[in-house]
Design a binder for this molecule. Structure first.
Ligand SMILES: NC(=O)C1=CN([C@@H]2O[C@H](COP(=O)(O)OP(=O)(O)OC[C@H]3O[C@@H](n4cnc5c(N)ncnc54)[C@H](OP(=O)(O)O)[C@@H]3O)[C@@H](O)[C@H]2O)C=CC1
Ligand SMILES: Nc1nc(=O)c2c([nH]1)NC[C@@H]1CN(c3ccc(C(=O)N[C@@H](CCC(=O)O)C(=O)O)cc3)C=[N+]21
Ligand SMILES: [Mg+2]
Length: 287
Protein backbone atom coordinates (compact mmCIF):
# COMPACT_ATOMS: atom_id res chain seq x y z
CA UNK A 1 0.00 0.00 0.00
CA UNK A 2 1.17 3.51 -0.75
CA UNK A 3 -0.36 6.51 0.97
CA UNK A 4 -2.22 9.18 -0.98
CA UNK A 5 -0.25 12.45 -1.00
CA UNK A 6 -2.08 15.46 0.43
CA UNK A 7 -1.04 18.34 -1.81
CA UNK A 8 -0.81 21.39 0.47
CA UNK A 9 0.76 23.47 -2.27
CA UNK A 10 -2.19 22.96 -4.64
CA UNK A 11 -4.78 23.62 -1.92
CA UNK A 12 -2.88 26.74 -0.82
CA UNK A 13 -3.16 28.07 -4.39
CA UNK A 14 -6.95 27.54 -4.26
CA UNK A 15 -7.17 29.32 -0.90
CA UNK A 16 -5.02 32.21 -2.16
CA UNK A 17 -7.24 32.60 -5.23
CA UNK A 18 -10.24 32.94 -2.89
CA UNK A 19 -8.29 35.50 -0.86
CA UNK A 20 -7.52 37.59 -3.94
CA UNK A 21 -11.26 37.81 -4.72
CA UNK A 22 -11.96 39.10 -1.23
CA UNK A 23 -9.08 41.57 -1.62
CA UNK A 24 -10.64 42.88 -4.85
CA UNK A 25 -13.99 43.40 -3.10
CA UNK A 26 -12.26 45.37 -0.33
CA UNK A 27 -10.32 47.44 -2.84
CA UNK A 28 -13.64 48.50 -4.38
CA UNK A 29 -14.43 50.02 -0.97
CA UNK A 30 -11.06 51.79 -0.99
CA UNK A 31 -9.43 49.36 1.46
CA UNK A 32 -6.20 47.47 0.82
CA UNK A 33 -5.60 44.79 3.47
CA UNK A 34 -2.14 45.23 4.97
CA UNK A 35 0.15 42.76 6.76
CA UNK A 36 3.23 43.77 8.75
CA UNK A 37 5.87 41.14 9.48
CA UNK A 38 8.52 41.98 12.05
CA UNK A 39 11.76 40.03 11.88
CA UNK A 40 14.36 40.47 14.61
CA UNK A 41 17.84 39.14 13.80
CA UNK A 42 18.89 37.08 10.79
CA UNK A 43 17.76 33.49 11.43
CA UNK A 44 18.09 31.93 7.94
CA UNK A 45 14.87 29.87 8.20
CA UNK A 46 12.90 32.97 9.25
CA UNK A 47 14.31 34.84 6.26
CA UNK A 48 12.83 32.18 3.95
CA UNK A 49 9.37 32.30 5.60
CA UNK A 50 9.31 36.09 5.59
CA UNK A 51 10.22 36.15 1.90
CA UNK A 52 7.48 33.58 1.14
CA UNK A 53 4.91 35.62 3.10
CA UNK A 54 5.77 38.86 1.28
CA UNK A 55 5.59 37.14 -2.13
CA UNK A 56 2.20 35.58 -1.27
CA UNK A 57 0.86 39.00 -0.21
CA UNK A 58 2.03 40.60 -3.47
CA UNK A 59 0.39 37.87 -5.51
CA UNK A 60 -2.96 38.11 -3.70
CA UNK A 61 -2.99 41.93 -3.81
CA UNK A 62 -2.36 42.59 -0.11
CA UNK A 63 -0.09 45.38 1.03
CA UNK A 64 2.85 43.94 2.97
CA UNK A 65 5.48 45.60 5.04
CA UNK A 66 8.54 43.77 6.37
CA UNK A 67 10.32 45.40 9.29
CA UNK A 68 13.80 44.00 9.81
CA UNK A 69 15.45 44.79 13.13
CA UNK A 70 19.00 43.99 14.23
CA UNK A 71 19.54 41.01 16.57
CA UNK A 72 20.64 43.39 19.34
CA UNK A 73 17.42 45.46 19.20
CA UNK A 74 16.14 46.02 22.73
CA UNK A 75 12.77 44.75 23.91
CA UNK A 76 11.69 48.37 24.41
CA UNK A 77 12.55 49.25 20.82
CA UNK A 78 10.58 46.24 19.56
CA UNK A 79 7.60 47.19 21.74
CA UNK A 80 7.72 50.70 20.23
CA UNK A 81 7.56 49.19 16.73
CA UNK A 82 4.57 47.04 17.73
CA UNK A 83 2.79 50.08 19.18
CA UNK A 84 3.40 52.01 15.98
CA UNK A 85 1.90 49.15 13.93
CA UNK A 86 -1.07 48.88 16.30
CA UNK A 87 -1.85 52.53 15.53
CA UNK A 88 -1.16 52.29 11.77
CA UNK A 89 -4.51 52.32 9.87
CA UNK A 90 -2.89 50.82 6.73
CA UNK A 91 -2.00 47.66 8.70
CA UNK A 92 -4.69 45.07 9.53
CA UNK A 93 -2.45 42.16 10.56
CA UNK A 94 0.77 42.06 12.60
CA UNK A 95 3.08 39.07 12.84
CA UNK A 96 6.25 39.04 14.93
CA UNK A 97 8.40 36.22 13.61
CA UNK A 98 9.36 33.65 16.26
CA UNK A 99 11.68 32.69 17.81
CA UNK A 100 12.79 36.06 19.14
CA UNK A 101 16.37 36.53 20.37
CA UNK A 102 16.93 35.09 23.88
CA UNK A 103 17.18 38.53 25.54
CA UNK A 104 13.50 39.22 24.77
CA UNK A 105 10.37 38.08 26.60
CA UNK A 106 8.35 36.69 23.67
CA UNK A 107 5.02 36.59 25.53
CA UNK A 108 5.37 40.23 26.58
CA UNK A 109 5.90 41.16 22.92
CA UNK A 110 2.98 39.04 21.66
CA UNK A 111 0.67 40.44 24.33
CA UNK A 112 1.56 43.96 23.11
CA UNK A 113 0.05 43.25 19.67
CA UNK A 114 -3.53 44.55 19.35
CA UNK A 115 -5.65 41.38 19.65
CA UNK A 116 -7.74 42.38 16.61
CA UNK A 117 -4.53 42.56 14.50
CA UNK A 118 -3.03 39.32 15.90
CA UNK A 119 -3.34 37.28 12.69
CA UNK A 120 -1.10 34.54 14.16
CA UNK A 121 -3.71 34.00 16.89
CA UNK A 122 -0.97 33.81 19.53
CA UNK A 123 -2.19 36.58 21.86
CA UNK A 124 -3.50 35.24 25.22
CA UNK A 125 -6.97 36.63 24.54
CA UNK A 126 -7.08 34.87 21.17
CA UNK A 127 -5.80 31.63 22.75
CA UNK A 128 -8.56 31.96 25.37
CA UNK A 129 -11.23 32.68 22.78
CA UNK A 130 -10.15 29.59 20.82
CA UNK A 131 -10.19 27.42 23.94
CA UNK A 132 -13.71 28.57 24.84
CA UNK A 133 -15.05 27.94 21.34
CA UNK A 134 -15.31 31.55 20.10
CA UNK A 135 -12.17 31.95 17.97
CA UNK A 136 -11.33 35.37 16.53
CA UNK A 137 -8.16 34.25 14.68
CA UNK A 138 -7.25 30.57 14.44
CA UNK A 139 -3.45 30.02 14.49
CA UNK A 140 -2.43 29.62 10.85
CA UNK A 141 -0.73 26.21 10.95
CA UNK A 142 -3.53 24.30 12.73
CA UNK A 143 -6.12 26.25 10.71
CA UNK A 144 -4.39 25.19 7.47
CA UNK A 145 -4.33 21.58 8.67
CA UNK A 146 -8.10 21.70 9.34
CA UNK A 147 -8.58 23.01 5.77
CA UNK A 148 -6.54 20.11 4.39
CA UNK A 149 -8.50 17.54 6.42
CA UNK A 150 -11.74 19.10 5.20
CA UNK A 151 -10.58 19.09 1.56
CA UNK A 152 -9.63 15.41 1.94
CA UNK A 153 -13.04 14.62 3.49
CA UNK A 154 -11.44 13.17 6.61
CA UNK A 155 -14.15 12.27 9.13
CA UNK A 156 -13.33 13.85 12.49
CA UNK A 157 -16.45 13.22 14.60
CA UNK A 158 -15.54 10.43 16.99
CA UNK A 159 -12.13 9.93 15.37
CA UNK A 160 -9.02 9.25 17.45
CA UNK A 161 -6.69 12.22 16.87
CA UNK A 162 -3.18 12.09 18.30
CA UNK A 163 -0.92 15.14 18.25
CA UNK A 164 2.80 14.81 18.95
CA UNK A 165 4.10 18.16 20.23
CA UNK A 166 2.26 20.56 22.51
CA UNK A 167 3.59 24.03 21.67
CA UNK A 168 1.42 27.14 21.98
CA UNK A 169 1.73 27.79 18.25
CA UNK A 170 0.98 24.33 16.82
CA UNK A 171 0.13 21.43 19.15
CA UNK A 172 -2.20 23.11 21.66
CA UNK A 173 -4.33 25.09 19.18
CA UNK A 174 -4.43 21.97 16.95
CA UNK A 175 -5.92 20.06 19.89
CA UNK A 176 -8.61 22.73 20.35
CA UNK A 177 -9.63 22.71 16.66
CA UNK A 178 -9.74 18.90 16.43
CA UNK A 179 -11.71 18.71 19.68
CA UNK A 180 -14.18 21.29 18.37
CA UNK A 181 -14.61 19.12 15.26
CA UNK A 182 -15.62 16.17 17.45
CA UNK A 183 -12.37 14.18 17.60
CA UNK A 184 -11.13 12.46 20.75
CA UNK A 185 -7.78 14.16 21.21
CA UNK A 186 -4.52 12.94 22.74
CA UNK A 187 -1.77 15.54 23.10
CA UNK A 188 1.74 14.09 23.53
CA UNK A 189 4.92 15.82 24.71
CA UNK A 190 8.55 14.92 25.40
CA UNK A 191 7.59 13.13 28.63
CA UNK A 192 5.04 10.81 26.97
CA UNK A 193 5.75 7.18 27.90
CA UNK A 194 5.73 4.82 24.90
CA UNK A 195 4.98 7.32 22.14
CA UNK A 196 4.30 4.50 19.66
CA UNK A 197 1.47 3.13 21.81
CA UNK A 198 -0.23 6.52 21.50
CA UNK A 199 0.46 7.15 17.81
CA UNK A 200 -0.68 3.65 16.78
CA UNK A 201 -4.19 4.44 18.05
CA UNK A 202 -4.50 7.48 15.78
CA UNK A 203 -6.93 7.75 12.89
CA UNK A 204 -5.49 11.24 12.41
CA UNK A 205 -1.87 11.79 13.47
CA UNK A 206 -0.34 15.29 13.60
CA UNK A 207 3.39 15.51 14.27
CA UNK A 208 4.98 18.82 15.30
CA UNK A 209 8.16 18.37 17.33
CA UNK A 210 11.10 19.57 15.24
CA UNK A 211 12.64 16.09 15.63
CA UNK A 212 13.27 14.54 12.19
CA UNK A 213 12.24 10.88 11.99
CA UNK A 214 10.52 10.83 15.42
CA UNK A 215 7.57 8.97 13.88
CA UNK A 216 8.33 5.89 11.79
CA UNK A 217 6.05 3.60 9.78
CA UNK A 218 5.75 1.02 12.60
CA UNK A 219 4.22 3.75 14.81
CA UNK A 220 1.35 4.39 12.39
CA UNK A 221 -2.03 2.64 12.26
CA UNK A 222 -2.64 1.21 8.76
CA UNK A 223 -4.74 3.65 6.75
CA UNK A 224 -4.24 6.61 9.14
CA UNK A 225 -4.08 10.21 7.91
CA UNK A 226 -0.62 11.59 8.79
CA UNK A 227 0.06 15.33 8.94
CA UNK A 228 3.74 16.23 9.15
CA UNK A 229 4.29 19.77 10.45
CA UNK A 230 8.04 19.49 10.98
CA UNK A 231 10.41 21.63 8.96
CA UNK A 232 13.98 20.43 9.40
CA UNK A 233 16.96 21.38 7.28
CA UNK A 234 19.38 18.47 6.69
CA UNK A 235 23.15 18.89 6.49
CA UNK A 236 22.89 18.50 2.70
CA UNK A 237 20.37 21.39 2.55
CA UNK A 238 17.33 19.16 1.98
CA UNK A 239 14.11 19.89 3.86
CA UNK A 240 12.51 17.01 5.80
CA UNK A 241 9.60 16.70 8.20
CA UNK A 242 9.32 14.95 11.56
CA UNK A 243 7.88 11.77 10.02
CA UNK A 244 10.14 9.21 8.36
CA UNK A 245 8.43 9.57 5.02
CA UNK A 246 9.61 6.39 3.26
CA UNK A 247 8.46 3.98 5.98
CA UNK A 248 5.32 6.01 6.79
CA UNK A 249 3.99 6.07 3.24
CA UNK A 250 3.80 2.27 3.11
CA UNK A 251 1.41 2.22 6.11
CA UNK A 252 -0.56 5.48 6.12
CA UNK A 253 -3.71 6.04 4.08
CA UNK A 254 -2.76 9.64 3.33
CA UNK A 255 0.24 11.80 4.22
CA UNK A 256 1.45 15.36 3.75
CA UNK A 257 4.85 15.79 2.09
CA UNK A 258 7.60 18.16 3.28
CA UNK A 259 8.02 20.48 1.50
CA UNK A 260 4.66 21.09 -0.21
CA UNK A 261 2.35 20.10 2.65
CA UNK A 262 1.59 22.10 5.78
CA UNK A 263 4.03 24.99 5.12
CA UNK A 264 2.28 26.53 2.10
CA UNK A 265 -1.09 26.21 3.89
CA UNK A 266 0.26 28.15 6.89
CA UNK A 267 1.01 31.09 4.61
CA UNK A 268 -2.35 30.85 2.83
CA UNK A 269 -4.22 30.96 6.16
CA UNK A 270 -2.16 33.97 7.25
CA UNK A 271 -3.57 35.78 4.22
CA UNK A 272 -7.09 34.58 5.08
CA UNK A 273 -6.75 35.95 8.63
CA UNK A 274 -5.40 39.27 7.36
CA UNK A 275 -8.25 39.71 4.86
CA UNK A 276 -10.71 38.82 7.59
CA UNK A 277 -9.20 41.47 9.88
CA UNK A 278 -9.65 44.05 7.11
CA UNK A 279 -13.23 42.91 6.42
CA UNK A 280 -14.10 43.21 10.12
CA UNK A 281 -12.76 46.74 10.32
CA UNK A 282 -14.60 47.69 7.11
CA UNK A 283 -17.86 46.32 8.54
CA UNK A 284 -17.34 48.18 11.81
CA UNK A 285 -16.84 51.48 9.96
CA UNK A 286 -20.04 51.10 7.92
CA UNK A 287 -22.27 50.48 10.95
N1 LIG B 1 4.97 23.95 8.51
C1 LIG B 1 4.70 25.01 9.24
O1 LIG B 1 3.94 25.88 8.83
C2 LIG B 1 5.29 25.14 10.59
C3 LIG B 1 6.27 24.27 10.97
N2 LIG B 1 6.79 24.32 12.21
C4 LIG B 1 7.77 23.27 12.55
O2 LIG B 1 7.13 22.32 13.41
C5 LIG B 1 8.05 21.81 14.36
C6 LIG B 1 7.53 22.08 15.75
O3 LIG B 1 7.44 23.46 15.98
P1 LIG B 1 6.97 24.10 17.36
O4 LIG B 1 5.64 23.55 17.71
O5 LIG B 1 7.17 25.55 17.26
O6 LIG B 1 8.11 23.45 18.32
P2 LIG B 1 8.47 23.63 19.85
O7 LIG B 1 9.94 23.33 19.94
O8 LIG B 1 7.93 24.88 20.40
O9 LIG B 1 7.68 22.43 20.55
C7 LIG B 1 8.02 21.09 20.31
C8 LIG B 1 7.04 20.18 21.01
O10 LIG B 1 7.42 18.85 20.72
C9 LIG B 1 7.52 18.11 21.91
N3 LIG B 1 8.55 17.08 21.79
C10 LIG B 1 9.89 17.25 21.65
N4 LIG B 1 10.50 16.06 21.62
C11 LIG B 1 9.54 15.12 21.75
C12 LIG B 1 9.55 13.71 21.84
N5 LIG B 1 10.69 13.02 21.79
N6 LIG B 1 8.37 13.06 21.99
C13 LIG B 1 7.22 13.75 22.05
N7 LIG B 1 7.15 15.10 22.00
C14 LIG B 1 8.30 15.77 21.85
C15 LIG B 1 7.90 19.11 22.97
O11 LIG B 1 7.56 18.59 24.24
P3 LIG B 1 7.72 19.42 25.62
O12 LIG B 1 6.49 20.30 25.66
O13 LIG B 1 7.70 18.36 26.66
O14 LIG B 1 9.00 20.16 25.51
C16 LIG B 1 7.07 20.30 22.54
O15 LIG B 1 5.76 20.22 23.06
C17 LIG B 1 9.38 22.47 13.99
O16 LIG B 1 10.06 21.62 13.10
C18 LIG B 1 8.98 23.74 13.30
O17 LIG B 1 9.96 24.22 12.42
C19 LIG B 1 6.35 25.21 13.16
C20 LIG B 1 5.38 26.12 12.83
C21 LIG B 1 4.79 26.18 11.50
N1 LIG C 1 5.05 34.42 14.43
C1 LIG C 1 5.27 33.31 13.71
N2 LIG C 1 4.27 32.76 12.98
C2 LIG C 1 4.49 31.64 12.24
O1 LIG C 1 3.57 31.11 11.59
C3 LIG C 1 5.82 31.07 12.24
C4 LIG C 1 6.80 31.69 13.00
N3 LIG C 1 6.52 32.79 13.73
N4 LIG C 1 8.05 31.16 13.05
C5 LIG C 1 8.43 30.01 12.27
C6 LIG C 1 7.26 29.11 11.93
C7 LIG C 1 7.50 28.25 10.73
N5 LIG C 1 6.57 28.70 9.72
C8 LIG C 1 6.55 28.30 8.38
C9 LIG C 1 5.90 29.00 7.41
C10 LIG C 1 5.97 28.64 6.07
C11 LIG C 1 6.69 27.53 5.69
C12 LIG C 1 6.77 27.18 4.26
O2 LIG C 1 6.43 27.96 3.38
N6 LIG C 1 7.24 25.98 3.89
C13 LIG C 1 7.36 25.54 2.53
C14 LIG C 1 8.77 25.77 1.96
C15 LIG C 1 9.82 26.15 2.98
C16 LIG C 1 11.24 26.23 2.46
O3 LIG C 1 11.50 26.05 1.27
O4 LIG C 1 12.10 26.50 3.34
C17 LIG C 1 7.00 24.06 2.46
O5 LIG C 1 6.99 23.40 3.52
O6 LIG C 1 6.72 23.59 1.37
C18 LIG C 1 7.32 26.79 6.66
C19 LIG C 1 7.23 27.16 8.00
C20 LIG C 1 5.79 29.69 10.23
N7 LIG C 1 6.12 29.95 11.50
MG1 LIG D 1 1.31 29.81 12.65
Amino acid sequence: MTARLIDGKALSDTVKTEVSKRVLALKKQGITPGLAVVLVGDDPASQVYVRNKAAACDKAGLHSRVIRLAADTTEGELLDVVQELNADRSIHGILVQLPLPAHMNASLVIEAIAADKDVDGFHVSNAGLLMTGQPLFRPCTPYGIMKMLEAENVALRGAEAVIVGASNIVGKPMAMLLLAAGATVTLCNSKTRDLGAQTRRADVLVVATGKPGIVTGDMIKPGAVVIDVGINRCADGRLVGDVEFDSAKTVAGAITPVPGGVGPMTIAMLLVNTVEAAERRAAAIHI
